[in-house]
Design a protein around this ligand. Sequence first.
Ligand code: NDP
Length: 469
Amino acid sequence: MNTNMLINGTQVAGTAENFEVLNPANETVLATVASASVEQVNDAIQAAAHAFKTWQFVSDADLQNAFAHIVKDIRQEKDDIARLITLEQGKPFGLAQFEVDAGANWIEYVASLEIPVETIQDPSGKTIQVFNRPLGVVASITPWNWPFMIVIWHLFPALKAKNCIVNKPSEYTPLSTIKLVEIINRHLPKGVCSVVLGKGAVGQALSEHPEVAKVTFTGSTRTGQSILSHSVESLKGVVLELGGNDIGIVLGDVDVDAVAPRIFGSAFLNMGQTCAALKRLYVHESVYDQLTQKLAEIADAQVVGDGLDTTTTFGPIQNRMQYNKVKSLIDDAVAQGGEIITQQGEFTASGYYVRPTLVTHVQAGVALVDEEQFGPVLPIVKFSHIDEAITAANSTCFGLGGSVWSKDIEQAQQIASQLETGTVWINSHADVSPAAPFGGWKLSGLGYSFGLSGLLLFTKKQAIHVTAE
Ligand code: NDP
């Protein structure tokens, strides 16, 4: 298993302290990885700054060609990559294969985008052309929930805009990122895309470096705030995709049998470890009993186990920190009158297993409802009038996403317009699109990812004024 970093096109081992990567299905050590020293982080940034001198002028045709080769290699090595994802992240192998496929498709979409040049006619008659130029060196810090997909979301828009980039994956899941960056380096010049590894200090060394023009980060609000506060000195830009506490509002007119599997899928996607997963479900009293019962049946039918076991439909939580957090939110909800309506399992294996758990008889004020659980437990709250659900939706410091479930699309759109979130889905949730801007309001983020809006955040504008001689 490759545990080297890739700096300036060369595989190197870190020279700072070691850390272990565990398999969340059984807590065995998958790999021992050496952290980058601050000097090695600096080397990666210097290599990126040097490569940028020529990469910023790469032709669109050469860039397209390189992306196409990268996609081809990813598809050819799909099962090896998916296996790495399951081993380090825990998700079932089929979901890991989906992650690889979706990542390859996402790169193709990014490749197809065109960076516009705007031509403005000034009132005096002169022509002004506005170009979107690359920024230079971008730093990327990616999380452990979708380790392959999210690094693609970070790297390819930045590369497409002709920046150079240094990524630091989560210390929990570095292995599939190492593989991706190795593939990328087969087809791009050295220094354009590097990866540094580490735990404890590498992220900060990377994101604070004065030569980094922009930091793109996906993870907790606390760390996002720290990155933002450290960006002041060198006036760096930041793109922050942070936590959420997405509401799903179910109106009384839904076909319960039709929506229940989709609601379950969007709340428990990736064992609930998805920033835009449905995290609190508000259900109209007229369908509450029917829907909770149906959701419980679906939850109880899940086969929880090691993601590499072909019978598994539901894997472990990725790490012990998150496992403890989820367990304590469940215990606290029960202590405050919450009722678990799903089967609870006793697991003999040593992994971080929690069965998909539904909790009723909870309200705002209970941590499970108010905070982001980021794991396989969903609180379900009954409401009588839609205003109660809208007030609850907006009574949070988060503003990532939300959803409305109804046959009446017009009414759902009207409710959607009242939700204080960057995205609202109608009759789906967590259903991100490469074409639409995705970003959080309030403490859920800063800036946008995806689509042309996200791509242009990796550019700066240059206006060229042309006056006739
Ligand atoms: P964090 O959000 O704390 O991110 C950890 C990563 O950020 C590591 O790579 C770390 O690198 C880096 N980092 C930490 N401090 C800084 C800093 N000041 N500047 C730059 N980089 C820094 O994630 P955790 O894994 O600790 O998870 C915490 C919580 O975040 C979870 O419980 C979950 O609720 C949420 N989360 C949200 C995700 C999302 O998609 N929105 C994804 C994953 C988690 P280093 O080790 O080198 O410091």
